[in-house]
Structures are given as C-alpha cells and as structure tokens.
Ligand binder design. Sequence first.
Ligand SMILES: NC(=O)c1ccc[n+]([C@@H]2O[C@H](COP(=O)([O-])OP(=O)(O)OC[C@H]3O[C@@H](n4cnc5c(N)ncnc54)[C@H](O)[C@@H]3O)[C@@H](O)[C@H]2O)c1
Length: 278
Amino acid sequence: MKDVAGKVAFITGGAAGLGLAMAQSFTAAGMKVAIADIEDSALDAAASMFSESNAEVITMKTDVTDRDSMAEARAKTLEAFGKVHVLCNNAGVAINGNIADMSYKDWDWVMKVNLDGVINGIVTFINDIRSHGEGGHVVNTASIAGQHGMAHLGIYCASKFAVVGISETMRLDLAADNIGVSVLCPGVVETGIGNSERNRPDEYGGANDPAMANSGGSDVEMEVMQPSAIGDIVLHAIQNDQFYLLTHREFEPAVQKRSDEIRSAFEYWADYRAEHNV
Ligand SMILES: NC(=O)c1ccc[n+]([C@@H]2O[C@H](COP(=O)([O-])OP(=O)(O)OC[C@H]3O[C@@H](n4cnc5c(N)ncnc54)[C@H](O)[C@@H]3O)[C@@H](O)[C@H]2O)c1
C-alpha cells in the first residue's frame, strides 16, 4: 500500500511499546489511527501525547481476548473514521520458565492474548478491509520466537509459531483482495514486555510475579532495539509489501540451523524409505 496518507489503522496493544511506536510512525505519515489496549494508564498517556499534536487518533479500552470487546472497538473505529485499511494484531504477553513447570493458567493466558487475540482481530476486521475495495494490509506481530524454538519460552514460541503460520496463509488467501500481509519477528526491543504480568487477569493467575518474565530465552548476544525503529520498519513494510520483518540479524544462524536440520531430516527419511522399501 504505497499511498498511506489518510488511511486508517487499527492497532491492538497500541498504547505502549511496539504498538505505540507504530501509531507514531503511522500518524507521522498522515494516517488515522485507532489505538486499542487493555491498560488504562497507558491509554491515558497515549491519548494525552497525541492530543498535543494534529494527529487523528482515537484510543479505546479493549481486551483482545474478548470478542465482544473487539466488536465494540470495531464499531468505535468505524464510527470515528468510516473505514479500516491497516490492521495491526500486535498485543502480546510473554512468560518465561521451563515448559514442564507451566500451568494451565500460564498456557491459557498467553495463548488467549497472543493467538486468540490475533484470530479475533482477523475475524473482527478482515471483511471491513476487503469490502471497501481500496486495498489494505495486515501486520501480525509474532517474534523471532516464532522462527525457532527457544529455551524457557515454550508457550510464547507456541503462540508465535502459530502467528507466523496464520500470516503465511493469509498472504496466500488475501492477495486476490489486494490485502498485503507482514509478520513482524523482532528479537529484543526495549518495551514493557518483560513486565507483561502487569496485565495478567486474576482468572489466569493474576499479576503475581512480574519478575518471572525476565529470564531465559537465548544464548545469542542480543541487540536491544528501540521501538521507534520498529514503528518505521512496519510503516516501510506496509508501503513496500514486505512479508517477513526479521529485524535482528544475530538470530539468522539459529534460524538457518533449524532450516538445515529440516532439510537433512527430509534426506534422512527419504534414505530410510528407500532402504526399507516403505
Ligand atoms: N519487546 C520485545 O522484545 C518483543 C520481541 C518480539 C516480539 N514482541 C511482541 O511485540 C508485541 C508488543 O509487545 P511490546 O514489546 O510492545 O510489549 P508492551 O508490554 O510494551 O506492550 C504490549 C501492549 O499490549 C497490551 N495488552 C496486553 N494484554 C492485552 C489484551 N488482553 N488486550 C489488549 N491489549 C493488551 C499492553 O497493555 C501493552 O500496552 C507483542 O506481541 C510481543 O510479543 C516484543
């Protein structure tokens, strides 16, 4: 979508971190933005930040895991702006720890936000984007943890691999409707993700261990990027129809290792079948 000025974006988890950075890059390019987020204080801060500029931004309290809440957000966005062109399914949470120690509540919370949240965004908005015929773009925020398995990030990896798979299919299915797709797979960016438990509802265990999300992950020496750079990268990807947004090159060897292992597994089992005649 080369011409973004005047187009409307809906961003989940848009009041902080990467989502807020997307909102800043989009408004700087003349887009209108609807920010949906679960956190009141972040929504208030985002609203007051944008009220000091000429940007056309609305903010709304939304829980991506709740389909009624998403329907309400859709109604508010259409009422304010009439259309939606760009959907950023970005809200996400992380939890660290050995997969063997994860409880059902851990699984349910992370999968609800990171996977169901994306599904709910797609089902809520995709026909709005399709029907106006002006084209559009969907950005799904996954992670480098959606490109290779990482120690102590099992639930997070499960959710992000799913988001990558959904995105690869969306690219195939939506091309005919002139809707581009990008899947954002960053390494480390300086945001509040390490303190995700601040938004963990009581029914999923509550905000009881904010420090838990700060350990483990990868042995790779990691660059910590700033959110503003990611906001600009996402805008560029929308304008230039880029699919895989792989921003942290230090993870390339690990992803390559996975691809190499998959290729040799094809060879191994082809040899096995030939040898055993099965
Ligand atoms: N920061 C990183 O290093 C990094 C790396 C890879 C991927 N990501 C992904 O980027 C996305 C954004 O995370 P971030 O790093 O900006 O973290 P963040 O915590 O700064 O922002 C996440 C936002 O999502 C909101 N949110 C949480 N639960 C929600 C819900 N149920 N409904 C609506 N909003 C909800 C939070 O209030 C917050 O504003 C996530 O999907 C995350 O997994 C982040």
